[in-house]
Design a protein around this ligand. Structure first.
Ligand code: XMP
Length: 513
């Protein structure tokens, strides 16, 4: 039976997705499961190797997460990282010391004996640590392979059983030779096949979609964003005319968005695309509403109404395609739960499939965002479409503070277009996470020619970020900001002042509403 790549057991580490991505960067497939996974399921997966992640617990805590001890006898190589190392130590009969001095941040470790895991890295190097507990007495058959000032057992291993532990985090960029350590584990220790390429993914996925859908038909909500664009092209390759796409123009989109989507899907591929003009409906529902949460809810609800109404006329459809990505899958199956506090209710179509009695097809649910972009490029979609910046579901409505009015939308579309074009011209668009304008309906006095003006204000928001969870304001050159400000004020009627937002997230958020 063909072996799966690497199985990662998630003990609640903030870095679990990073581990999965690092492995995939080596073209080896990786999947994440919670510690409740059964031994039968692990055998069914048949991994080349197993990684036990870090986590916030202490192995002797009453409710500390653990794993079926039988994994130690599967004859599959194992690497424990931080908590994972301590758990291995405990399960194999060693002793862990609770508490003590915290070791945090960049930490030098020194290799003290030869091992397959740390092969090829200098005797002394910098790693990233974040722990308090440590392995004090090694299990039988194990020996220390690296030490730090704080612990004699910064890494341990049993070469015969191919079981290793590291107290530091090789997946974090601050660990100088983390890439080599991961590669050593994957290649020399596990012998994992390097077959995770986007080309192989596409071929496999097309077969899977065909088998899942059979003779049925599929409906897809096309937003024009990266995920639904890639999902549409992939599904179209698999089932052609049996895919029906719906694009809802809610009037809250960027300039020329409808035309762009139409061009993209009708010129090169003849996608069955239904464009619904619902601009009036959304605008009338939003009339007089100023509360951001209420705006979001109205937009979500109206979207579902319009989508359902459109789908009603498609008689043979029994599947709804969704662009769910792997981070959502990991989050939803997590033993530890996802983020608990709703800061903003994100617009999604959560309850839609049950309500409409449709089955789900989710062709991207194995992929991280950067992999979705790579699949898109492999499918021949131009970079300007695959590498677009994120755009929120509620669109420009959360970039106009307070009530959404047609006149404000018209202004903001023009402003956004200028900002994006100038950012692209100066190579800033692809190096920032997002760059956009926010319309503040705050009027101030200006002077143009000899006349007094009394117009709205635009805030430029540009941030750098890895995942949108935290962000810093982008240090855009003054000259570029000057060009944006001049262009907006000279070319867009209704704006006479531009300001730059210099807040990071947290405590601010990326969008203003
Ligand atoms: P915040 O404003 O919460 O945004 O810091 C974080 C990221 O999420 C995007 N965002 C949304 N995306 N539906 C979406 O699909 C939404 O309702 C939504 N609200 C915010 C935002 O653009 C940023 O990338």
């Amino acid at each position: 039976m063909e072996k799966e790549g690497i199985l990662i057991i998630d003990f609640g580490s903030q870095y679990v997705q990073l581990i999965a991505r690092r492995i995939r960067e080596h073209k080896v497939h990786s999947i994440v499961y919670p510690p409740t996974i059964s031994i039968e399921k692990i055998k069914e997966i048949n991994p080349c190797g197993i990684i036990l992640s870090g986590g916030p617990s202490s192995v002797y805590d009453k409710d500390a997460p653990s794993i079926d001890k039988c994994i130690l006898n599967l004859d599959v190589p194992i690497l424990g990282i931080c908590y994972g190392m301590q758990l291995l130590g405990k399960l194999l009969g060693g002793k862990i010391r609770k508490g003590g001095k915290r070791e945090y941040g960049r930490t030098a470790v020194v290799i003290n004996s030869k091992s397959s895991l740390l092969n090829g890295i200098p005797k002394k190097s910098i790693t990233w640590m974040s722990h308090r507990d440590k392995v004090e007495i090694l299990p039988k058959g194990f020996h220390s392979i690296a030490e730090s000032a704080n612990t004699k057992n910064a890494a341990f291993g049993d070469e015969k059983r191919k079981i290793y532990g590291v107290q530091f985090h090789p997946e974090v960029a601050h660990t100088e030779y983390g890439g080599i350590i991961i590669s050593n584990f994957l290649v020399s220790i596990c012998g994992a096949p390097k077959n995770w390429t986007m080309k192989s993914f596409i071929n496999k996925k097309i077969d899977e979609i065909k088998a899942q859908v059979g003779d049925d038909e599929v409906i897809l909500g096309l937003s024009g964003g990266v995920d639904s664009t890639v999902a549409a092209v992939l599904l179209h390759r698999a089932i052609g005319k049996k895919l029906h796409s719906v694009f809802i123009d809610n009037g809250l989109l960027r300039k020329n968005e409808r035309e762009r989507v139409k061009g993209l899907f009708t010129k090169n591929i003849q996608l069955d695309l239904k464009i619904v003009d619902a601009r009036e409906k959304f605008l009338s529902q939003l009339k007089g509403v100023i509360d951001p949460e209420q705006k979001r809810k109205i937009i979500g609800r109206t979207f579902i109404e319009v989508f359902e109404e459109t789908a009603k006329n498609m008689k043979n459809v029994s599947f709804l395609a969704q662009g769910t990505l792997y981070p959502d899958v990991i989050e939803s199956q997590s033993f530890f739960g996802g983020p608990s506090h709703t800061i903003k209710s994100h617009h999604n179509v959560g309850g839609l499939p049950e309500k409409m009695g449709l089955k789900l097809v989710e062709p991207l649910r194995d992929l991280f965002k950067d992999e979705v972009r790579a699949v898109g490029r492999e499918l021949g979609i131009a970079r300007e479409n695959t590498d677009r910046q994120p755009f929120p579901g509620p669109g420009l409505a959360v970039r106009i503070l307070g009530e959404v009015k047609k006149e404000y939308l018209d202004i903001l579309k023009e402003v956004d277009d200028r900002i994006v074009n100038i950012a692209k011209k100066h190579g800033i668009y692809y190096t920032t996470w997002q760059i956009f304008g926010v319309l503040l309906p705050v009027k101030s006095v200006g002077v143009m020619g000899d006349a007094r003006t009394y117009e709205n204000t635009i805030a430029i928001r540009a941030v750098t970020s890895l995942d949108g969870m935290t962000a810093d304001w982008a240090r855009i050159p003054y000259d570029v900001l000057a060009e944006m400000s001049n262009t907006i004020i000279n070319e867009v009627e209704g704006v006479n002042r531009v300001v730059y937002d210099i807040s990071s997230k947290p405590p601010s958020t990326i969008e203003w509403e």
